[in-house]
Design a protein. Structure first.
Length: 117
């Protein structure tokens, strides 16, 4: 066979292998990435907060989003008013996108968009 042809076949098989792995990973996620994006779409800002502050917010009556428990490692994701999040001294603003800062945060406090009366 032609060496050029052999190289192209190997490259094509490698791409197919990577593509099949990617599809398999998406299927095993069972829609968690869609649900996480849906939660982030409702937020106007995101803040990384310590776990004890997240537990305090939950104790105050704010509901933890179920999608946080589906991630690995699990996260506590809580919607709270912007005024309440501003009272947390250790809250650090993170970009509101599926990026490193947001995914590495132990717990997240999200603020909703303000509604127009």
């Amino acid at each position: 066979m032609n060496p050029s042809f052999d190289r192209r076949i190997r490259e094509r098989r490698a791409r197919a292998l990577v593509r099949s792995w990617d599809y398999r990973q998406r299927r095993h996620a069972r829609g968690v990435w869609f649900r996480l994006r849906r939660v982030l779409a409702d937020a106007s800002a995101a803040f990384a907060i310590p776990a004890d502050e997240a537990r305090t917010l939950i104790a105050e009556g704010h509901r933890a989003e179920p999608v946080g428990r589906e991630l690995e490692p699990p996260k506590v994701i809580v919607f709270a008013p912007a005024e309440r999040v501003a009272q947390i001294a250790s809250a650090r603003a993170v970009p509101l996108r599926l990026g490193r800062d947001l995914l590495e945060a132990e717990s997240l406090a999200l603020t909703r968009f303000e509604t127009i009366p």
